[in-house]
Design a protein around this ligand. Structure first.
Ligand SMILES: [Zn+2]
Length: 207
């Protein structure tokens, strides 16, 4: 049998190992975060007609097509911070007629085709540099032959606007979210980014 002293020592060592593991896991992530330019650094360069850095990791979040071409910006609501249940909404909703085309906002890969209770029929798409994930939800249906792992181009049809999941039956809309990945190839659990200012800027500037 272990003495109380031994138990305490074991507990202390276990805690130390955990702390070290956390520190080691956190360090490379922080280093990357510091090395990365902030999104605002990229945008003025584009606005002034300068060539943006070719491999900027923020580029894929900033250069996006509007995901429902049939409707205008007025159909989009900045509801990123709206409380929905226990958490914030962390997405924009774009009202559109049922079966309107939903297109990829940028080049990339289909990460996951997933039907869920809340989101209904949904698409998770990685950006080409795999730094970001885009989520399109409440689809009526997927585009024909869409599959996981498929390479897609900006503007390619992913599916059609609907009300699947918890969308009100008479309010077809696209729920669109952007996350910055925390781990490679992990389409869930990323850091939420507000799509509203990004999409608004892109459409206003004629992209
Ligand atoms: Zn929504």
């Amino acid at each position: 049998m272990r003495t109380v002293d031994q138990e305490l020592r074991l507990g202390f060592l276990g805690g130390l190992v955990l702390l070290l593991a956390c520190l080691m896991a956190a360090r490379p992530f922080d280093a990357r975060a510091q090395a990365r330019p902030a999104p605002r650094d990229v945008v003025p360069a584009v606005a002034e007609g300068m060539k943006p850095p070719p491999a900027s990791p923020e580029r894929s979040a900033a250069d996006l097509a509007f995901p429902v071409p049939a409707v205008s910006l007025a159909a989009m609501f900045d509801s990123f911070k709206d409380p929905r249940g226990l958490r914030a909404h962390h997405a924009v909703d774009i009202l559109a007629p049922r079966r309107s085309d939903i297109v990829a906002v940028t080049d990339g890969t289909i990460a996951r085709l997933l039907s869920s209770v809340a989101g209904g029929i949904g698409v998770y798409q990685f950006s080409a540099d795999r730094k970001y994930c885009y989520y399109y939800a409440h689809l009526q249906s997927y585009a024909l032959h869409l599959r996981e792992g498929q390479q897609i181009k900006r503007g390619q049809i992913l599916g059609y606007v609907g009300t699947t999941g918890n969308a009100p039956a008479h309010t077809p809309h696209l729920h669109f979210a952007i996350t910055r990945l925390r781990k490679p190839n992990q389409w869930w659990g990323g850091e939420a980014i507000d799509p509203f200012p990004i999409l608004k800027r892109e459409v206003s500037s004629g992209h």
